[in-house]
Design a protein around this ligand. Structure first.
Ligand code: HEC
Length: 128
């Protein structure tokens, strides 16, 4: 029982460390590949580039977010009550690890604390 509890503690500690490292890498990749449009503070530009920080859209399932990065997003959408009808180009040149890292960063920044970790395997699975 003690061993089991210790085992669970070690596993959750490891996961915690993995998430933290992924978020740190994601911050750097975000600055290179997303920040131009969505801004350093994740607020975007109202009516042009939707916000990622405290965005109701970001609360969608992880698969939806991965697909936006892999396939891009265009057409009319509403984010936090504001309409957008613009084009985000596909960012599928990024590696699956970069996409997972960026999403872990955005899902845990600017007031976002979304449950669950994004993994490169999930991204691979959605690539065509
Ligand atoms: C060239 C500008 C541009 C870049 C670079 C860009 N986006 Fe976007 N993004 C947009 C636009 C514009 C929309 C809204 C498209 C629409 O109106 O349908 C959008 C929408 C989104 C959405 C859904 C709406 C929301 O606010 O939650 C997410 C999530 C997102 N982008 C994440 C990212 C991530 C992560 C990156 C970096 C890998 C990135 N974007 C790079 C322009 C960009």
């Amino acid at each position: 029982m003690v061993l089991l509890t210790l085992g669970v503690l070690v596993v959750s500690f490891q996961q915690d460390k993995t998430v933290k490292e992924s978020i740190a890498r994601g911050k750097e990749a975000y600055a290179l590949y997303c920040q131009n449009c969505h801004m350093e503070d994740g607020k975007g530009q109202e009516g042009v580039f939707p916000p990622l920080g405290k965005s109701d859209f970001m609360q969608r399932p992880i698969a939806d977010l991965i697909n936006i990065v892999l396939k891009g997003q265009s057409g009319a959408i509403t984010v936090n009550g504001v309409s957008y009808n613009n084009i985000m180009p596909a960012q599928d040149y990024l590696t699956s690890e970069q996409i997972a890292d960026i999403l872990n960063y955005t899902r845990n920044s600017w007031g976002n604390r979304l449950k669950g970790m994004v993994t490169p395997e999930q991204v691979n699975h959605l690539r065509e």
